[in-house]
Design a protein around this ligand. Structure first.
Ligand code: ASP
Length: 316
């Protein structure tokens, strides 16, 4: 049995038709790769490239911008034999997942960051691209204006005070460039090989150099012979709790559904906001989220299902 599950982020956004189409197309593309004899890894990469190219998703073109108004991408891939590669704070490449795959296949390392990752991706001949879309720049402007007004930013309660310090720091160059949908996939092919991949622009207004869970193996992306996982949502608690690995470990104990229930209890106890997709060694799919919204598409037994949850409107 082959199983494919992709997500388009968890948070407070309202996923629309374009969002759903991008996830469905990614899922179908992964299915086509498997049907033509490609590996779980090929399928995961192909689908992630398509999601990175979709401006509506926060990965590749259309990524969120950091405090300086620049895009810094994180992406990772891991296979059931525990080979893995990732990049973080990568600047200006169309498809960060290709750089992550290249780290896995060509180096002795797991994670390359910043200017080292940029030089590596350039050496690999990957296509360079300004990842800022007009829609995402507009959202950045709105978020930045909120910060200027002294309002708190979701997930970053310390940013307001820190921002005041930065503005008075003559060495800080962040003032020069005044602005969800992280993506992930898990695939299990007919022969039982599993691959998990994730890609993101990270959180809007994050500090330059911040690395989220997506590029951290064991946190936002994890895979071994027991299953694979991709996470989304508030990256810092996902790193602290090693959510990706925690879910895969629980797969071996209690299967996909039981494992998801167990890790979701942690999320609820700790009240942090995140979403997870996973596939266990038998091909069973698990999905869970503690956020207001999450989107995903799954391909199981030849049937495509898509799911978009919307935030419940708050009464004023
Ligand atoms: N987890 C990502 C991060 O913290 C963001 C997201 O999934 O929306 O960078």
């Amino acid at each position: 049995m082959t199983s494919i599950i992709v997500h388009g982020g968890a948070g407070t956004y309202s996923p629309g038709a374009e969002h759903e189409k991008a996830l469905a197309q990614a899922c179908e593309a992964a299915a086509r790769v498997l049907a033509s004899g490609g590996s779980a890894c090929d399928a995961a990469v192909e689908a992630t490239v398509l999601m990175e190219n979709a401006p509506v998703l926060n990965a590749g073109y259309g990524s969120s911008l950091n405090l300086n108004g620049e895009v810094e991408n994180d992406a990772a891939i891991m296979l059931d034999d525990m080979s893995c590669g990732s990049v973080a704070a990568l600047h200006g490449f169309a498809n960060p997942i290709l750089a992550a795959r290249y780290v896995m296949e060509r180096t002795d390392h797991v994670l390359l960051v910043g200017c080292g990752a940029d030089a590596f991706a350039r050496h690999a001949g990957l296509v360079e691209r300004d990842q800022r879309s007009p829609a995402r720049i507009e959202r950045y402007r709105r978020a930045r204006a909120k910060l200027e007004r002294g309002e708190d930013i979701h997930f970053m309660p310390r940013l307001r005070a820190f921002y005041d310090e930065l503005r008075n720091d003559p060495d800080w160059d962040g003032e020069r460039d005044p602005e969800s949908g992280t993506v992930g996939i898990v695939v299990r092919d007919e022969s039982g090989r599993i691959a998990a991949a994730s890609s993101t622009g990270g959180m809007m207004l994050k500090l330059p150099g911040r690395v989220g869970d997506t590029g951290v193996i064991g946190a936002g992306t994890y895979c071994d012979c027991r299953g694979g996982v991709s996470a989304t949502g508030h990256g810092e608690p996902v790193i602290r709790h090693g959510m990706g690995r925690a879910l895969v470990e629980a797969f071996a104990d209690v299967g996909a559904a039981g494992a998801m229930a167990r890790v979701m209890r942690t999320a609820c106890d700790e009240s942090f906001e995140f979403g997870l997709i996973g596939i266990d060694a038998t091909g069973d799919v698990a999905i869970g989220y503690s956020t207001q919204a999450m989107s995903w598409a799954a391909f199981e037994d030849g049937v495509l299902r898509t799911f978009l949850s919307h935030p419940i409107p708050r009464s004023t």
